[in-house]
Every structure is written in structure tokens, then in C-alpha cells.
Design a protein around this ligand. Sequence first.
Ligand code: FAD
Length: 389
Amino acid sequence: MLKNKSITIVGAGPGGLTAAISLAKSGYYVNLYEQNNDVGLRFNGDFQGLENWSDEEDTLEILDHLGIKINFLCHPYSGNDGWFIGPKGEKVQVKTSRPLFYLIQRGADEKSLDQGLKQQALDTGVKIIWNEKLESVKDDFVIVGTGPKAADAIAKGIVFNTSIKDIFLGFIDNRIAPKAYAYLLVNSGRATFATCMFEDFKNEKLYFDRSLNTMKSVIDIDIREEIEFGGFANFFSEPIISKNHRILYTGENAGFQDALWGFGIKYAMLSGYYAAQSIIHNQGYDELCKKNLFPKLQTSLSNRWIFAHLYNIGYSFILNRMKGMEDVIPLLRKHFNSSLSKRLIYKFARRWYHTRLIDKQCMHEHCDCVWCRHGKNAHAELNRLLKTI
Ligand SMILES: Cc1cc2nc3c(=O)[nH]c(=O)nc-3n(C[C@H](O)[C@H](O)[C@H](O)COP(=O)(O)OP(=O)(O)OC[C@H]3O[C@@H](n4cnc5c(N)ncnc54)[C@H](O)[C@@H]3O)c2cc1C
């Protein structure tokens, strides 16, 4: 039990901020340590998506239950608003009965998710200590939400201005996004285009150039004032959620990340919320995660195993199957939630999958790839932090 109502949280990402908001609303004094001088600095104003297919409840209702207000850009995109492009150049538009995802922005810009959550945290009385890494911990409980430690998947992209209308495009083709996908998101004259990869990181530039050419062959688009961005995500077959039931890990730092496609924001916010609830109601954080997050997380690893073995021929097959459906949301939901077959596949998948703490291909000196730019620092910093706790 907590002796006084003071809590330390490390990392002001969606996980740490959601935990902070929940705790502060319940009367806790929250000290939130952030290594940078603002939120979202891991990102560069790029658009991302809050997926809206894996739960019965709409994502906005889930955020409402978490006590999160929509004070940031959050724009619904349904199946009609975009296309999926297959490896043979096939263009598939899917039908959805509700938004497929909500477009949000990451980074330090005014309308970003990060700024919105920061404002809500400040409004509820959270004290954010900027430019600070934790050196020691005196509080009874600590929540650590410091983001990914290593690059199991990377993304390379651009953010730019354009005159085309709001649209999304998703590309599935191993020649431009090995075992992953590339995407274009356009909203109100701003756009994000990126390619993601699960392997062969050293050729990120090659894949990016190829994917950009593919995108330009599909859509007539003007690209103005472009700026580059990159990023990485980590996936664990088993999340590490707590130490001595006192240090609670949330978000990607714990390994809460969708192993299929990297939709980690919802996981980060939910795990932050559960960490807070476990403290407020003196419940086991491990149990809350095991009940509410593990089944989907394990299913996502099974899906990764399947996806990695489909190759381009399988991607075309799936896209064609989705083409004629009245509503793809129920099918997606079924595949993102636990079932007997997914539990069986998980037994193989967890042995097959190894988190790539270091991709040796990318450890060369003077390399400017995403891993060498960010990954080594993030990993070293986290190790240092954990040693000091
Ligand atoms: C290019 C890219 C595109 C993505 N697209 C999507 C998408 O479309 N949809 C989706 O759901 N997910 C997406 N993701 C994943 C999503 O961004 C992450 O899963 C999510 O941000 C994880 O949240 P978090 O709170 O765990 O960590 P983070 O968002 O990484 O926040 C961690 C915070 O902790 C701080 N920190 C780190 N170490 C310390 C320390 N030692 N002391 C103090 N502070 C520290 C960092 O500065 C940072 O502010 C994408 C990721 C990338 C890289």
C-alpha cells in the first residue's frame, strides 16, 4: 500500500501521461520526469493512426473510459477514404461500418496527441520535470514508460505539404516494405509518407526510394517543404511488466506493442491506465495486464508469424478476399483477438520470434540509419535508468 499519495512516473509518452492523468484525477501528487524539454520529441509532426478495429467499443469511447479528452487532432478515416495497394499494383477499397482508424499527429506541434495529453496532465495538477532523468527513487511505486529500447522494426519517412485531398493509402509489398507496409496519410494539406520494415534495415534508403516511387505511380501528388523522420519500435514475445510489484512498466518499454503492424499507442495508454488503477485500487498490475492486454498481444505475435510467412502471393490473396466484403471490421476484430487457432500458433510464434536488441548489420561506424541514429542511445539510457532504480 502507498504510504503517501506521491507517485513518480518516468517518461512523458502516451503511456506515462495517461497514467499521470488517471492518478492525478484520483488525488495523487504526480511527479513526471521527462528527459527532453517537451513531449513528443521522438517524432516530427508525423501522422499516425489510432486503430479502431480490434475492440467492440469505438476507440473514442475507450479513451473516454480512460478519462482522456479529445483536445488534439483526431480525424476519423473509414474504408471509403483510402485504398490498399497490393504487390501486383491491385487497388483495393474496403468497406467499413465505422472509422477504420483515427488519424492523430505525433510530436511537439500544438495539435499533437502528445501536446493534448500534456495539457490534460498539467490541468489535473501533474508536475512535469523537464530535461531530467531519474537518478534514484524514494516513492513506494514508480511507473516507467520510457518507450522502446531496441529496433525490432523501423520506419523511414517524410512529412510534407500537399494540395491533394484527405486520403490514406496502405501498401503491402515485400519489395518496398519487407514484412511490413508503407503508408500515406493526408489531412488538411499536410501529409506523412513512410515505409516500415522488419528486416534488412541496412537497405532502408533503398526501400524508402522504391516505396516513394511506387506511391507516386499510384497517385498524382505534389510534395512540398518535405522534412524527414524515422523511428523504431520493439516487440517482446513476453512483456516485462513489473519488478517487485513496485516498479510498473508501461507502453512499449514493457513490450506492449502490436507485433503485427506496430499500433502501439492504444496499448501504451491502456497499460498506463491499468498501472494507475492498480495503485489507486490496490489491485495487481500483472493481473490486470494478463487479463486485458495479454490475449491480444499474444494474438498479434501469432499474426506476425502468419504475415511473415505469407509473402507477396499471400498479401494479394488477402486483399482480394477483403475486396468483396460488406464490412471488414468484424473480420479484422476476429483476427486481432484470441482464438483457439491463434493460441496454437502462438506456441510456435513465441519460439520463432526473438527481439532484436541489436541488429548487427547496422552497427557499423558513421552509419546514419535509423537504428544507429537513435537505437543505441535509447538502449544505453534505459539500462542506465534501470540500474539506478
Ligand atoms: C514512425 C512510427 C510510426 C508509428 N505509427 C503508429 C501508429 O500509426 N499507430 C500506433 O498506435 N502506434 C504507432 N507507432 C508506435 C507508437 O508511437 C508507440 O507505440 C507509442 O508512442 C509508445 O508510447 P510510450 O508511451 O510507450 O513511449 P514513447 O511514446 O516513446 O514515450 C516515451 C517517453 O519517455 C521519455 N524517456 C525515455 N527515456 C527516458 C528517461 N530515461 N528519463 C525520462 N524520460 C525518458 C521519452 O523522451 C518519451 O517522451 C509508431 C511508431 C513509430 C516510430
